[in-house]
Ligand binder design. Structure first.
Ligand SMILES: CC(C)(COP(=O)(O)OP(=O)(O)OC[C@H]1O[C@@H](n2cnc3c(N)ncnc32)[C@H](O)[C@@H]1OP(=O)(O)O)[C@@H](O)C(=O)NCCC(=O)NCCS
Length: 306
């Protein structure tokens, strides 16, 4: 680093307080919520009315003398299923710096702290989602292309009872989904998250205008889905054992000509799917995972986005 930059970094840090693991301080949490609302237009306080915040989250942030959070980068633990193997990865989110503090190394400092924390707490891999992959390449993260999986709908299973539409705005329905998330099987053995209850519920709330949740009691499953031009798009399935796609189609009312899953459909007894590129966001992972996830196409459920 050049001498001038070192000087500037010291000046910034003089006026700022570094804090980590600060969520027990509600005022500091609110300050982060305000930063993320302004930067990304999202309200993380909504999580408090659902299952709360993910308990493993470790935020790293800088606060100014007025208590404003001016920069943040958080890390949390995400249990994954990769090629049938359980992997505990460190995932990163809530990364932002207020415009007037950018270009002074604050984010670099926070990234380094979070990556070091992930290593010292025994995470074997890293994963994040971003629109700015160049930010994380210097730290060894690499892009993995994501896919949806499309194919003709299977004939509906005649004995499947139809489901009930449920709502993320209904307390009883939230309790039902939360209970099912506690005992869910990963939606794919190829690549999927295990658990991540808090993220599923928050994403369900944020995506409620475009995604329908249907409880299929006969299959002991909740399906997150949407329909477009006769095509059924299955975003996620919460179930202790994956039902067959033909049963799901019947439970959702049938009549679909084509199906797309946003995750690898290896557990759905559906052999006719082909991958279609899903370019809407970059998944980035550390070296060992890059190799495994690049061997064949993978998807990632929007209900686990972070
Ligand atoms: C992206 C952002 C966090 C960078 O913050 P910052 O404090 O200006 O970053 P720093 O000064 O610490 O720079 C850190 C490094 O990232 C690089 N960098 C900064 N912005 C970048 C971008 N948009 N793309 C790629 N690299 C970038 C810098 O060149 C620097 O590299 P170096 O360590 O090799 O010198 C900030 O611009 C921001 O909040 N943007 C809006 C929200 C956002 O996009 N967040 C990231 C979500 S994944």
């Amino acid at each position: 680093m050049q001498a001038g930059l070192v000087q500037r970094a010291f000046e910034v840090e003089d006026r700022l307080t570094f804090r980590q693991d600060y969520f027990s301080d509600l005022t500091a949490f609110e300050a982060l919520a305000a930063l993320l609302q302004e930067m990304f237009g999202i309200d993380i306080r909504s999580a408090l009315g659902l299952a709360g915040l993910d308990k493993t989250t470790m935020p790293f942030g800088y606060f100014d003398t007025d208590g404003r959070c001016v920069a943040n980068f958080s890390v949390f633990s995400v249990p994954l299923m990769v090629e049938g193997r359980r992997v505990i990865a460190a995932a990163y989110q809530s990364g932002a710096v207020r415009p007037e503090y950018r270009g002074q190394g604050l984010y670099r400092d926070l990234m380094r702290r979070a990556f070091t924390h992930a290593r010292t707490t025994g995470h074997e891999a890293d994963i994040l989602m971003t629109h700015k992959p160049g930010l994380y390449e210097p730290y060894g993260l690499r892009q993995v292309r994501l896919f949806g999986f499309r194919g003709p709908a299977p004939a509906s299973h005649p004995q499947t009872a139809s489901g009930r539409k449920i709502s993320i705005d209904n307390e009883g329905d939230v309790a039902l989904i939360a209970g099912m998330l506690d005992r869910r099987e990963p939606v794919s053995r190829r690549f999927a998250v295990r658990g991540m209850k808090e993220f599923f519920l928050l994403n369900a709330l944020w995506q409620k205008d475009e995604t329908t949740l249907t409880h299929l009691p006969g299959l002991d499953a909740v399906i997150a889905w949407k329909a477009a031009e006769g095509r059924l798009v299955i975003c996620d399935i919460v179930a202790p054992a994956m039902p067959a796609l033909s049963e799901i189609c019947a439970g959702l009312g049938g009549g679909f000509s084509e199906v797309e899953t946003r995750f690898s459909p290896d557990l759905l007894q559906w052999l006719q799917a082909h991958p279609v590129a899903d370019p809407h966001i970059y998944l980035m992972v550390s070296a060992a995972l890059t190799k495994q996830l690049s061997m064949a196409p993978v998807g990632f459920t929007p209900l686990a986005e972070f």
